[in-house]
Design a protein around this ligand. Structure first.
Ligand code: ASP
Length: 310
């Protein structure tokens, strides 16, 4: 069975000054996730590892580097899902947690629930001894400056999401050596969102979905649009109907553009190792590792290969 990991670092109009760091970041995360699979780890471990890597990288809007809401606070959302059992765990509006994806996994594995939010999610983190960090330490100088510049939240229709308002959600999908698929997505959301706003990322079927029978998806883009079309599930519905993972992604993103004027991106893998990285925004940093090496891109239709650097 061929093992594959695909990651994204968010779909938006990534400015040139962040381009190299974004591409380097997704390449490093994809290598990290793939190393887990090569050691015999499962798809769930691989996506958690890849997403943690990007949560720790300040170029991305997840964990360290997250965007701030209208009150200048960080509120983080994350999901993880196991395609073999359809088990999933998610957290929303959490503070003080550097790796929300790991907390989401704990919700999946240690509770009878699927989503914990805000204070309850933080209380749960404390109860399982998860390390907390001062929320302020998650905010970078870059984010403080951007937040000051754009103090008004804009309802992100397609054009708006193609400006600098949006910012770098991260995600990963993987298939392991026994053919199990998994997905994970983590984000600080949209800059200047209302306090308490929950986006698509932690909502099952929207920011992510994984089912061995069809594949695994992680989405990025304008959350309110993704929620309206349940983007991750919509993509997999088309896979189930016989389209390739690439065609299904293109179809669903185009549907989201036509139906609700939303822009975004996604990564998809199925259990036979077919994968796709697709977006309707100006750019999306993505990387994948399969049996042919490391693939990556940033601009539309860009697909570079780096076979030596796995
Ligand atoms: N989908 C995320 C949200 O709306 C943002 C993003 O992908 O950049 O919260």
């Amino acid at each position: 069975m061929s093992v594959v990991v695909v990651v994204h670092g968010g779909a938006w109009a990534i400015p040139d000054e962040l381009a190299k760091a974004s591409v380097d970041g997704v390449k490093a995360a994809a290598r990290d996730g793939f190393a887990v699979l090569k050691r015999g780890g499962c798809a769930l471990d691989a996506v958690e590892e890849a997403v943690k890597n990007m949560e720790d990288n300040i170029v991305f809007n997840a964990g360290h580097g997250a965007t701030q809401n209208t009150d200048g606070e960080v509120e983080l959302d994350a999901i993880i899902m196991d395609g073999s059992t359809l088990s999933s765990g998610a957290v929303s509006s959490v503070k003080n947690i550097a790796n929300p994806v790991t907390l989401a996994r704990a919700v999946m594995e240690k509770t009878n629930h699927m989503i914990l939010t805000s204070r309850g999610a933080n209380q749960f983190a404390e109860s399982i001894g998860m390390t907390t960090v001062p929320t302020d330490s998650l905010v970078t100088e870059y984010e403080r400056n951007e937040w000051e510049k754009h103090k008004t939240y804009v309802t992100g229709v397609r054009e708006e999401f193609n400006t600098h308002w949006a910012h770098d959600t991260v995600g990963a999908v993987a298939v392991d050596s026994v053919g199990n698929v998994a997905c994970a997505t983590s984000t600080g959301g949209i800059r200047n969102k209302m306090v308490g706003r929950v986006g698509d990322a932690p909502i099952i079927g929207c920011g992510g979905y994984a089912d061995n029978f069809s594949g695994a998806v992680s989405c990025t883009g304008h959350g309110e649009s993704i929620l309206k079309v349940t983007l991750a599930r919509l993509i997999l519905l088309h896979v189930e109907q016989g389209k390739s993972v690439a065609e299904s992604s293109q179809w669903a993103l185009q549907y989201m553009a036509d139906r609700v004027h939303g822009a975004g991106g996604c990564i998809v893998v199925n259990r036979s190792g077919q994968w796709a990285a697709t977006f309707t925004t100006k750019r999306m940093a993505w990387a994948a590792v399969d049996h042919d090496g490391l693939w990556y891109g940033l601009d539309p239709k860009e697909r570079l290969n780096d076979s030596l650097s796995i």
